[in-house]
Ligand binder design. Sequence first.
Ligand code: 3H9
Length: 697
Amino acid sequence: MNPVSIERHSDVAVITVDNPPVNALSHAVRTGIAECLETAEADRSVKAIVLFCNGRTFIAGADIREFGQPPKPPHLPDIINKLENCSKPIIAAMHGTALGGGLEVAMGCHYRLAVASAAVGLPEVNLGLLPGATGTQRLPRLVGVQKALDMMISGVPLPANKALATGLLDRVVDDTDLLQQALAYAHEIIAAGAKTRKVRDLPVTGVATNFFTEYRQQIARKTRGLFAPERIIQCVEFATTLSFDDAVAKERELFAACKDSPQSAGLRHAFFAERAVAKVPGLDPKTATRDLQKAAIIGAGTMGAGIAYACANAGFDVVLLDNDDAGLEGGRKTIEKLFSGGVERGKMSQADMDERLALLSYSKEYGALADADIVIEAVFETMAIKKEVFTKLDSVCKKGAILASNTSTLDIDAIAAATKRPEDVIGLHFFSPAHIMKLLEIVRGKHTSDDVIASSLLLARRLSKIGTVVGNCFGFVGNRMLYSYGRENQLMLLEGAAPEYIDKVLYDWGMAMGPNAVGDLAGLDVGYKVRQERTDLPDDPRFYRVANALAERGRYGQKTGKGMYLYESGSRTPTPDPEVAALIKAEALALGVEQRAMSPEEIIERCIYGLVVEGARILEDGIASRSSDIDVIWMHGYGFPRHRGGPMFYADSIGLDKVYSRVCEFNKRFGPMYWEPPRLLQKLAGEGKKFADYKTD
Ligand code: 3H9
């Protein structure tokens, strides 16, 4: 079916795009718009044109799936030129989200009208791109240089009313019958002489001499290591110095450079991977979900309070339970501080805060959980305590309640076995800080029922998190892989790489933080206790030796003012500590580990390939059903750079043959205890395939 059609409404032609789900500008849509435009232009009885979209949104951008293929004419910038050069006034009538190429199309039209609930923006930067269909040239002409840069560098869309105030829109109408209101606007324009007007003819307002230099400095930290933001700035600079056509030619060049960059490939992979996680193999998408209105959180520590805050903020009734008054009071304070912080930063009104606080209650009695639809346990990471809690839950919770554990490592089936309803038990692994981190690792046990999994995915969406369903094993996907990453870090410390050196190398590579700074933030005692609980650790005295030695000396990290680094009182800035350097040296000597200089490449390869090797085993074991799920977990739970697409995509982009041969070298050099190549890696490398090609059935 043709996704673009044209219909006459008296002397106005309505061109309608109907390309579900988001009216992306596929080849067929571009062709359709061009053809319909010619028809409208040729029809002498047509006095004005409305560009309208069916379905849930106006055009949400170029069709991202086409970027991996050779471009096919008609190209979008040419279509936009055609729109602008049309002799009859064209009105873009927008609802939903007019994004990227969609907004560029609208800026090529002569008039822009939107319903109040619409949002408009140029989010290309999130895909490692720049607005490459004249957006970098038209937006500054409509809203000014600074505002245009802010919109394109952040990628954040503007709500319709704000867009109206900036001059990007001409009119905002109420949400009833957009088409009728657009037709009425068209008739006003016809009555006023049916004038066309071109954004390209508007001047670009001048900027101060140092404006671009200062702007670059201002965004440097946020855009660290990213390719597209600098190109966006260059395009806007061209808008201030070159003619429209010359600047558009530069925009095309820079857009091509962005599109072909590895970063854009990684970010596009991330976009689709984040959406794929919602489709769980073997889980019928129509599975009914349980009614979730009241959530109970057990444990009022940092994690429990963070989860309670997130739930109340999403509109759940929440009861927070702890067995001691001081703990409960601490939890209440944490939650109130989080809400009042939101009010201070202007993210929430006082009235909203009061409304959400009223959703919360606090209790020491398990009886308070009796009417909860979902209980999330966030107590100590000790199996005996977890079992005790779940036995109690089994006796007090209503039938059909979901019983979830926030365990980050422990066997969910063993926890479920403490109840007589293992089908209702699931792991919901939140990441700290729970109200900020996007990831929710959803751990399905042997007996977890499908509707509990579907309801957990829904919960994730309601909390604005990305829920990723994984299987049950020690550490699940995220923390199981973290062991390999952390292990290599720890071994390299013994081999002579300083903590600050390793951290810098990985930070510069794109990780949100280096592993040693992360250890100090999370608390070295936490990992220490988890390792104490494990009975399956490798027989290797070097394994996490440095971290253990620090924890045994009470150096827990930021909370004790010293860990892998030193911290001045009240500061979170890590300072290298000569005592730690001496301790590492002494441990290396005692273990007979020779110290040497290490290249940044070795640090990156050992840490990242360590992740990849474990990721491959996780796929082999069926703990993750797709390599892209692993990528999502690492991007959203562990600060893996999104522009590298996650560890498995990164390995795919290097080439699995190359990764495999390097792993074989490590196997020879460091021994098979950690580096024996997984069969899956060997097989895919041999077949010239990628992890992305691997499907579990
Ligand atoms: C661009 O425009 C470049 C130009 O400047 C220059 C060109 C020369 N293409 O997110 P959802 C799919 S770059 C193809 O779950 P929501 C998505 O994969 C583009 N497919 O819905 C999913 O598929 P599935 C600039 C797309 O309601 C389905 O639609 N534009 C595209 O939560 C539903 O998506 C953007 O970056 C696309 N452009 O959110 C906007 N967009 O069902 C990107 C979506 O098979 N899109 N799909 O999993 C979004 O931000 C959100 O999808 C949107 C809807 C807000 C529109």
